[in-house]
Design a protein around this ligand. Structure first.
Ligand SMILES: *Cc1c(COP(=O)(O)O)cnc(C)c1O
Length: 435
């Protein structure tokens, strides 16, 4: 505890969100003005930052035929998807709902890969009719169902098997680990080889590629090169049997620095991947979500109350787990800063719990976080909230999901209006009594 002047990180919350004259901005637009105009809690996205990340991936992997299949589940806002698609990227989807979203946003079906462990026949039909790049099949039962759907529609289904390479990926939370043998995702290597042989012999399936996705928020290259080695061994063995694959998909999961530290070094990853793929004439597909949009979004939330209880200081804001679930669900850590700082004012800095209004003890954005003691009515910005932020927002406690604004060319554009009380009732039916 002590007196302090908090100037915040001079770089701001992330590259697109610098502090100018004490106020956080997004590409020249002051965040406090956005909060006044659109209300809080509010998500703000930096369009230029998103496009720059897509281009950065494309340039880093330009040594090989490359498709960035952006993982829609990280942030599926139509405007965000539209800009990502316009930059030449495709999409990685995990449901029929995401297919609808990606197509509506203008992403061509030919650039969409369909992953997910629980695809239904209906979802398969829709994706097959749309003409997706491939189904990433996660098990024998799914391959059989897909084959029967393709037979019925008279249209062979493009497939890749999602392999479980059984590698250890050091993710910060066990819920974000997917590439080990005991996870529900993917097919073990030996079974995957059998599925390839079966698919190769079927006139209703067209084998295109091989894939893996080993987890999320991984900051080391080694787990990827481990997975690559497993997949390449399979690719080579299949080629020996006369089954030539077109592409290799190493998934997403590239970590970002939530506290300003560097994320996964993409150049190092490219150095490891590109020559191996080029040598085999394979196209590379990557499925980043977080690393495309994470830094390009902030959540603005206004302070309702500040109260002391049990020796702790609680800063109660209008945003919590219903707007940003990561802290309570995965123990996710986000940088939090006051939107406006007066450099001449000295405030006590003390550890506070930043909590939302939801009736759950697990409803917090940060715990024990040193902050200059904020006052009711002031605004906080939560950084690196562009991924798994709004996408995981809920209506729990009958909360209206927040508005989303995208700043583009110095203009704030409303890309989703705040939900109304009536939106919350949509679809519900009170049946009349029988008598
Ligand atoms: C979630 C997911 C991704 C994206 O993960 P990020 O950590 O956001 O990059 C990619 N592929 C699949 C199959 C996924 O489930």
């Amino acid at each position: 505890m002590g007196q302090g002047v908090l100037t915040g990180d001079p770089a701001g919350l992330a590259p697109g969100f610098p502090r100018v004259d004490g106020v956080l901005h997004c590409r020249g637009v002051a965040l406090d003005g956005l909060a006044r105009r659109f209300g809080t809690p509010l998500y703000v996205y930096d369009a230029l930052g998103i496009e720059a990340r897509v281009r950065h991936f494309q340039e880093t992997f330009s040594g090989v035929d490359f498709l960035l299949a952006y993982s829609v589940k990280a942030n599926g806002n139509l405007a965000v998807l539209n800009r990502i698609g316009s930059a030449g990227a495709g999409a990685d989807i995990v449901s029929g709902g995401e297919l609808h979203r990606a197509l509506t946003a203008g992403i061509p079906a030919s650039r969409i890969v369909f992953a997910g462990v629980g695809k239904t026949a209906r979802e398969m039909e829709d994706a097959l009719e749309a003409g997706v790049h491939a189904f990433h099949v996660e098990g024998r039962g799914e391959l059989e169902l897909l084959e029967s759907v393709a037979r019925r529609l008279g249209s062979p289904a493009p497939v890749a098997i999602r392999v479980n390479p059984d590698v250890e990926s050091p993710t910060p939370h066990e819920y974000t680990r997917t590439g080990h043998a005991a996870s529900k995702f993917g097919v073990p290597v030996s079974e995957a080889m059998e599925l390839y042989r079966h698919a190769h012999g079927s006139s209703h399936l067209r084998v295109r590629g091989i894939g893996a996705h080993i987890g999320s928020q991984i900051v080391e290259v080694a787990p990827y090169t481990d997975a690559l080695a497993v997949l390449l061994e399979m690719v080579d063995e299949l080629a020996g049997e006369g089954l030539e694959l077109e592409y290799l998909d190493l998934g997403g999961g590239f970590g970002v620095g939530y506290d300003g530290e560097p994320g996964l070094p993409l150049e190092e990853l490219a150095d490891a991947l590109v020559p191996e793929l080029v040598r085999r004439g394979l196209r590379l597909v990557l499925e980043p979500g977080r690393s495309v949009v994470g830094h390009a979004g902030v959540l603005l939330t206004r302070i309702h109350y500040v109260k002391r209880s049990g020796g702790k200081t609680f800063v109660i804001t209008d945003g919590g787990m219903t707007e940003l679930l990561r802290p309570s669900h995965y123990g996710g850590w986000h940088r939090i800063e006051p939107v406006r700082i007066d450099p001449k004012e000295v405030r006590e800095v003390r550890p506070v719990d930043v909590v939302g209004p939801v009736c759950e003890t697990g409803d917090f954005l940060a715990r024990g976080r040193p902050l200059p003691l904020p006052r009711p009515g002031e605004l906080l910005a939560v950084g690196t909230a562009g991924a798994y932020g709004f996408a995981m927002a809920s209506n729990y406690n009958a909360r209206r999901r927040p508005a989303e604004v995208m700043v583009e060319d110095g203009r704030p554009l409303l890309v989703r209006r705040r939900e109304t009380a009536d939106d919350l009732l949509r679809g519900e039916i009170v049946p009349p009594r029988a008598d």
